[in-house]
Design a protein around this ligand. Sequence first.
Ligand code: SF4
Length: 239
Amino acid sequence: MLDSLNLYLISRNYGIHLLINRMREPTGYSTFQGWKRLQANLLDIAAYDFQTRTLGPGVRTAIWVNGCCFACKGCIAAEWISPGQKNWVQIDSLVDKIIGLKEVDGLTLSGGEPMLQATGLLNLIRQVRLHREINVICFTGFTVDELKFTPPSNEIQDFLSEIDLLIDGRYQFELNDDRGLRGSNNQQFHHLSNKLKHIDFELYPRKIEVSVNSDYVLVKGVPTKHGLSAINRALQKLG
Ligand code: SF4
């Protein structure tokens, strides 16, 4: 459960309340600066797993953000495209949890669309890296050219500077060849640093973990088409 992990979920209304209070702080922050400061301290998260082995090398914390500006056919996370009910999580809480897990050496960001929450994710990475040199993998539906020439926010270039491997482009169902750490073979691996260059992600074995609790089933990793069908059949049997 989220609350048992000592994360602070706040409702949409409380988020607005917090925003108003921050704007009233006697710090001289303008409304815009207050909003930017708030964005930098909160993430709207759909799901997370603090220790998974399915989304890159080693033991990784995976964070899936809420909300996406695309609508790819066959999206495995379709219920996270619309932001819907916000699940605001304080970044400090995530950082404390990650740095408390000594075996975690990587962070994988997915969604939803991470580029729409670049400010908060940038803050998260930088805070964790004050304590430990982790590697960062990020999945995005934007292409590298779109991020370069028509970025969705001013923070994108700073965010990219903290990412080691970027997997870019919309998921194309017809181009899913069941290979590598990507959804479809139009998506490219962009090594933005040297840290993960020794790994061939095009041949990276697809692995999944499935978590089931009373409220949801979370499939972690990039499933093969056959694997996804098997999961769907099993869920249908469970009702
Ligand atoms: S970019 Fe990713 S999360 Fe967004 S609709 Fe496409 S597959 Fe789904």
